[in-house]
Design a protein around this ligand. Structure first.
Ligand SMILES: *Cc1c(COP(=O)(O)O)cnc(C)c1O
Length: 385
C-alpha cells in the first residue's frame, strides 16, 4: 500500500525527541524559540511564532490582524477548510475566489474583479488568504499590489510550501504579505506530528501572536499595566487568548527535521520530474508550473477528464485504491461542504474549482518513497490510461 503522503522519521529525529523527554522542560522550554528562529531565518522572515497546528497559526494570524465581527475574509475555493474556518473563529464572514484552471491557485483576475465589485458595494475584505496550492507560490507581487490598492491585509497559507521559492525568496519571507503560516502535519514538508508556525517581519504582529497562542498572557514588562510595587505581578492577561502552544518535544522533532528540509524538497522534486516524464504521453493533465518560483511539491495532482482519458475520476480513484495506490482528493471546494451550504453558498459559485474537484487526484509523493514504489505508481497509473 502506498499512501499519497507520509512522514520521514530517522534515528536522529527519534534521538532528539528522547533527549527532550529526559530534559527539564517538555513544554515552554528552550526548544521552541530555537525552532522558531531556525524556520524564520531559513525562509527569511524576522520572527516565528510556533503553535500546535497550522490551523492555530491561521487563527492567531487573523486575530493579530484584528479580524472580528463585521469583517470579511477571502480565501480560495480549493483549499483545506482551515483556510476559511480561521475567519469564522474570529466572528468574521468568509467568501471564496475561484481558482486558476492551470495553477489551481486563487485566480488573480477573479480576485481583481471581485474586489472592484466589493468596493462598489462597500464590502471589501479585511484580509485575503492566498494558498500556495501543492507548494506552487501564488503570484504574491500582484496580490500585494491589489492589497495596496484596496486596503486589505495578506496572510499566506503556506501549509504546502515550506522550502518553495517565489522569485528569489523562500515562501515565508513575507515580502508581499503580513504573515505566512506553515503546517507541520505528518503529510506536509516537515513534521512535528501536529504543529504549525506563523512567520512575520512585524515585531508588533509577532508579539500579538505570542499572546494569542498563550491565553493572551504576557510577562513582558513593557506591555504590562502599572501595579503596586509590593504585589507580585509576574505576568498579566491582556486579551483573550488560547492555549495553542507547541511543546518542546514537537519543537525538537521539528528542529531535527529542518536539517533535512533541502533533502526532503529535492526528493519530492525528483519524484515529480519522474512522473512528469513518465506520464507526458498519457491523456491526463499534469501539474503546470508557472515559472515564478520552485514548488516543494507537497502534492502531485493529475486531472482526469472523462472525455479525454475515457475514465471518470471516481473510477480511477477506486481502481488505484484496489491496486494499493492510496490516491486522495485535494480539495472539495470549501463552500460545497454542508456547513458552508447552510450559510447560503450554492453549487456553481466557483465553476473552475468545481470542475477541478470532479477531475483531480493526488498521487503518492513523499521523500521516503523508494524508487520501486515510484515505479509501481508509474506502472499502475500508466496501465490505467
Ligand atoms: C494542512 C493544511 C492546513 C492546516 O494545518 P494543520 O496543521 O493540519 O492544522 C491549513 N491549510 C492548508 C492548505 C493545509 O493543507
Amino acid at each position: 500500500m502506498i499512501n499519497y503522503g507520509r512522514q520521514d522519521i530517522n534515528q536522529a529525529d527519534v534521538d532528539s525527541v528522547i533527549e527532550i523527554l529526559n530534559s527539564d522542560f517538555l513544554t515552554q522550554g528552550p526548544q521552541v524559540p530555537i525552532f522558531e528562529k531556525k524556520v524564520a531565518s531559513k525562509v527569511g522572515a524576522r520572527f516565528g511564532v510556533a503553535v500546535n497546528s497550522g490551523t492555530s497559526a491561521l487563527h492567531i494570524a487573523c486575530l493579530a490582524l484584528g479580524v472580528g465581527e463585521g469583517d470579511v475574509v477571502w480565501t480560495t475555493a480549493t483549499t483545506f477548510v482551515a483556510s476559511a474556518n480561521c475567519a469564522l473563529y474570529c466572528g468574521a464572514d468568509v467568501d471564496f475566489i475561484d481558482i486558476n484552471p492551470d495553477t489551481y491557485n486563487m485566480d488573480i483576475d477573479a480576485l481583481a474583479s471581485k474586489l472592484a465589485v466589493a468596493r462598489e458595494s462597500g464590502k471589501l475584505p479585511k484580509v485575503v488568504i492566498p494558498v500556495h496550492m501543492c507548494g506552487q507560490s501564488c503570484d504574491m507581487e500582484v496580490i500585494h499590489d491589489l492589497g495596496q490598492k484596496y486596503g486589505f491585509r495578506i496572510i499566506e497559507d503556506a501549509a504546502h510550501a515550506l522550502g518553495s521559492t517565489y522569485h528569489d525568496n523562500y515562501v515565508g519571507s513575507c515580502r508581499y504579505s503580513d504573515i505566512t503560516i506553515f503546517s507541520f502535519h505528518p503529510v506536509k514538508i516537515i513534521t512535528t506530528s501536529e504543529g504549525g508556525m506563523a512567520v512575520t517581519n512585524s515585531q508588533e504582529l509577532a508579539k500579538l501572536m505570542q499572546q494569542f497562542r498563550s491565553h493572551g498572557i504576557t510577562s513582558d514588562l513593557e506591555l504590562m499595566s502599572e501595579r503596586p510595587n509590593d504585589q507580585v505581578w509576574n505576568y498579566q492577561q491582556l486579551r483573550l487568548g488560547f492555549n495553542y502552544r507547541m511543546t518542546d518535544i514537537q519543537a525538537a522533532l521539528g528542529l531535527s527535521q529542518m536539517g533535512r528540509l533541502e533533502a526532503f524538497v529535492a526528493g519530492r522534486r525528483a519524484i515529480a520530474r519522474r512522473y512528469d516524464e513518465a506520464f507526458s504521453e498519457l491523456p491526463i493533465k499534469l501539474p503546470f508550473q508557472d515559472g515564478n518560483g520552485q514548488s516543494s511539491y507537497h502534492l502531485y495532482i493529475i486531472r482526469v477528464d472523462i472525455q479525454e482519458s475515457g475514465h471518470g475520476q471516481k473510477a480511477v480513484y477506486e481502481n488505484l485504491h484496489r491496486a494499493g495506490i492510496i490516491v486522495n482528493l485535494h480539495y472539495i471546494p470549501v463552500y460545497r461542504h454542508p456547513f458552508f451550504e447552510q450559510m447560503g453558498f450554492k453549487e456553481g459559485y466557483c465553476p473552475e474549482a468545481e470542475k477541478y474537484f470532479s477531475e483531480a487526484l493526488s498521487i503518492p509523493i513523499y521523500p521516503s518513497m523508494t524508487d520501486v514504489q515510484v515505479e509501481e505508481v508509474v506502472e499502475k497509473v500508466s496501465a490505467l490510461f
